[in-house]
Structures are given as C-alpha cells and as structure tokens.
Design a protein around this ligand. Structure first.
Ligand code: PLP
Length: 236
C-alpha cells in the first residue's frame, strides 16, 4: 500500500530506521518489562541538492557527546540530546558542525556531528579514530574503510590526538578530511577551528580521494558501477 513512498529520483533514498521504546505503563527510572520494536521507513530527499560542499568544523573542547563506559556506540536518543547545544554553539560561530573529543581527556578525536571522521594522509592513507566504545561504529565508516582497501589505499584505525592532527594539517601531511554517514555518504571538511585557531585543509575544495570514495560508494548504491563488494541486494 505504501510502496509509492519509495523515492526514485537521483540522490534520494528510503531511510530505514529500526526503533525500540519501553512500553510499561510506568513513570520512573527502571528497566521496562515490555518493549515495542518498530521500523520507520521515511522517504529522504537528496542530501546534496547543489552538489557536495566542504564545511568548516569547530573542535569542541568543553562539552562532550559520550563517555567511555556509556552508550556512545549506540544510536540512543540521549546521545543526541547531549550533542544539541554544542552544535548550536558551533553554528553561531559560523561552523557547520562540531568535532567531538573524548570525554575523559578531551584530547582524542571521536566523531564529527553525527558522523564518523576520517583524515587522508599524503594522498594515500586514510586514518580514522579506532572504535573505543564511545564512538558509533557507522556502516559508512566500515564501507569506506573496506572500499579504500579495495582501491589500493592504506587504512589505519588509531587513537588520534587533536594536537597531533592540528600539527599534521599545518605541516601539510593531512591532505583531506571528511565525515562519513548514511545521509551524506561523505562530507568534505575544509577547515578546523581549535581553541580559537583556524587551519585550512588541502586547497579548501573537495579532496580527490573524498570525491572518488563518494562517487564509488554512491555508484554502487545506485547500480551505476559494478559492486565488487557484493553489497547490493535486489528487493523483489
Ligand atoms: C552519532 C553518529 N555517528 C555516526 C553516524 C554514522 O553512521 P552510519 O554510517 O551508520 O550512518 C551516525 C548516523 O546516524 C550517528 O548518529
């Protein structure tokens, strides 16, 4: 009955969101005995109506999104509630989103907005923060790492100190940076602001590898190129 809600235009998608809520008739903080699991399907417009656009990012050194031992690895409402104010603050300062640092040392890079974060070193190596429990293990993060290997690039998952990353950007070792997530696929980052200092990444445009990964992943998704990873499933 609802099949016409599935969008077909270029760049659009059907967002599939499994959701679970507690349903005990109870007001209080305790585990529920009953739950409702349901799946939302929502048509979604093209994320980049005017094409891929690089954004500036504010490194948040006061608020934190999630902490070790908490629920940062899950798509849980509370994580997003904790992230809203910092996002508003970044926008007021002229930045598109926040780069989150870890909740213990406020020094190691975790995520960017509601995306995972990747840095390209010397046009050939993709480095991303290693999953530590407070980082959400995004499917796009996983797909980009796998595709990058397939494309002959090196990949590394390590703890990334923001001070080292800043120094590497200034030294020209980091040539590209981008966020990864289902909606945007990849979102190029062309500047970071940390403790009042702003540094530009690459030439300020969309990096070559960022574009290649975007084109390859969306090419596979829309059946425009062969799927070497066996990710495409025909829905009959
Ligand atoms: C906090 C957070 N991190 C990362 C991601 C990216 O995950 P995925 O690639 O699975 O969309 C999301 C997506 O919703 C997210 O909410």
């Amino acid at each position: 009955m609802d099949k016409e809600w599935t969008p077909h235009a270029e760049g659009t998608s059907l967002y599939i969101r499994p959701t679970m809520i507690a349903t005990d008739a109870h007001l209080g903080v305790s585990a529920s005995k009953t739950y409702l699991y349901y799946v939302l399907l929502s048509p979604s417009g093209a994320y980049y109506a005017a094409g891929l656009a690089p954004v500036g990012i504010y490194v948040e050194d006061s608020y934190v999104r999630a902490v070790r031992g908490g629920i940062g690895f899950a798509k849980t409402g509370g994580n997003y509630a904790a992230s809203i104010l910092a996002g508003v603050k970044a926008k007021h300062s002229g930045y598109a989103q926040v780069l989150w640092l870890d909740g213990v040392h406020q020094r190691y890079i975790e995520e960017v907005g509601a995306m995972n974060m990747m840095f390209v070193y010397e046009d050939k190596k993709i480095v991303t923060p290693v999953l530590n429990g407070s980082i959400l293990p995004g499917i796009t993060r996983d797909s980009v790492l796998k595709l990058a290997k397939k494309l002959g690039l090196e990949t590394e998952e390590v703890r990334m100190d923001i001070n080292d990353v800043f120094a590497d950007i200034k030294a020209g070792k980091i040539t590209e940076a981008f966020g990864t997530g289902t909606a945007a696929v990849v979102s190029p980052v062309n500047k970071l602001c940390f403790k009042g200092e702003e540094v530009g990444i690459g030439d300020g445009g969309i990096g070559k590898l960022t574009m290649k990964l975007y084109d390859t992943l969306t090419g596979i998704q829309f059946g425009k190129i062969d799927d070497p990873m066996d990710w495409i499933v025909k829905v009959k």
